[in-house]
Design a protein around this ligand. Structure first.
Ligand code: PMP
Length: 392
């Protein structure tokens, strides 16, 4: 038998059970976090790739930082009257996911403290786990992290970075309020801790005003900010970006070089072409309209079919709604024993989204990659079974 490194733990997050049912045509999966297949700008990307390929430089190496003209366009996309970004502050990455890995690689020695929201994005924990951190959970409230708990943690423990998903958080959909953004930055400054801002859902707002990113509010060089084309264009392109100060950007670029040399020149130049030829904000507006309708269908169905003992979030954008069941329910066991076999519905159980407390009474639902009739039917089946289970 192959002996894995000690830090590699066997994976048991409840998701494996879903694969057993993956080929069942009756299964309705709210588990994955996929954008809608029908909303990809396929024809436009096809022509962007074709025009990139007319120039042989798109098949050549192009440097670890990524194509400068694309970085300049991203800089423009993330700039606001409050703060202008430039191409020199940006590193192109293999999705936001690579930004998580590079940051942890740069900052963490085994045992170092990392603050995470509770619950948080499973993929971030997978990336950080490789560097063997000590996790500190900070509970999420409707308007983001509980900053009192955060402050106590920073006062009593040595923390290397605070990982936050401030916009339409994965898995809860919650958004960090403006006063809390400002207070979080003050804490980072006071305790001299880096904030890792991960915001791939930032542009997917269905109602209300966009809030300034932590990167745009930062005046003391305490933020590394991640963005991505995955949710606004296509995750198959695997392109994201990292924005930070030169002090951090230079070693992060070195690490990227050692990791995969650079992102794909062809992909970077095709996105660059796409952005030359099309208005990304029009495409995002179209997506937001479609996703808003899907989320409204899911929220209505949850209102209608869920028993009163189940609470759920009401996000204003993003991909996910989070349900909280009574404390004695284990949603992983429930999925395996009852929900998958009887309701033929899949979701992400919460235990693995809490790296320390493993709270098991929550679950995440995705609404973006299903049509409204299927969303309604899936929630109806889920609600009926939960009503029966909670009545027992
Ligand atoms: N961060 C969060 C919060 C996510 O939800 C995801 C995707 N599920 C990622 C990062 C990774 O995205 P990408 O495809 O850009 O690597």
């Amino acid at each position: 038998m192959v002996k894995f490194a000690n830090r590699i733990q066997p994976c048991d997050n409840g998701l494996n059970d879903i694969f057993t049912y993956a080929n069942d045509p009756a299964l309705i999966s709210f588990a994955a976090g996929y954008p809608n297949n029908h909303l990809f700008p396929q024809a436009e990307l096809k022509s962007a790739f074709a025009s990139s390929l007319t120039d042989s430089t798109s098949l050549q190496y192009s440097g670890a930082a990524g194509l400068k003209s694309l970085r300049a366009k991203i800089a423009q996309h993330i700039s606001s009257p409050r703060r202008t970004f430039t191409a020199a502050e940006i590193l192109l990455t293999q999705g936001a996911q690579q930004g998580l890995d590079l940051t942890a690689k740069l900052l963490l020695d085994p045992g170092d403290g990392v603050v995470v929201e509770a619950p948080t994005y499973l993929g971030a924990l997978s990336a950080f786990d490789a560097y063997q951190p000590t996790y500190y959970e900070v509970p999420l409230q409707d308007d983001g992290m509980d900053l009192n708990v955060l402050q106590k943690t920073l006062m009593t423990h040595h923390v290397k970075f605070i990982y936050t998903i401030p916009d339409f958080q994965n898995p809860t959909g919650s958004t960090l309020s403006l006063p809390k953004r400002q207070a979080l930055l003050r804490l980072a400054q006071r305790y001299d801790v880096i904030i890792l801002e991960d915001s791939p859902y930032r542009d997917l707002r269905f109602s209300g005003e966009s809030l300034p990113s932590l990167a745009s509010l930062d005046t003391t060089d305490h933020v590394i900010s991640l963005g991505s084309f995955s949710k606004i264009l296509s995750p198959g392109l695997r392109l994201g970006w990292l924005v930070t100060t030169p002090e951090l950007l230079v070693p992060l670029t070195e690490l990227k070089l050692g990791n995969d040399v650079q992102s794909s020149t062809l992909v970077m130049s095709a996105i660059d072409q796409y952005l030359d030829q099309h208005d990304l904000s029009d495409h995002i507006a179209k997506m937001n309209q479609a996703y808003a309708a899907k989320m409204a269908t899911m929220l209505n169905a949850l209102d209608h079919y869920l028993p009163a003992a189940v609470n759920f979030t009401r996000p204003r954008g993003g991909f996910f709604i989070y349900l909280t069941l009574p404390a004695d329910i284990d949603t992983g066991e429930l999925l395996k024993q009852v929900i998958l076999p009887q309701a033929k519905v899949a979701y992400v159980p919460s235990a693995s989204l809490f790296p320390v407390s493993h709270q098991a009474n929550g679950l995440r639902l995705n609404f973006t990659n299903l049509d409204t009739a299927t969303i309604e039917l899936g929630v109806k089946r889920l609600g009926q079974i939960l009503t029966r289970v909670l009545a027992q």
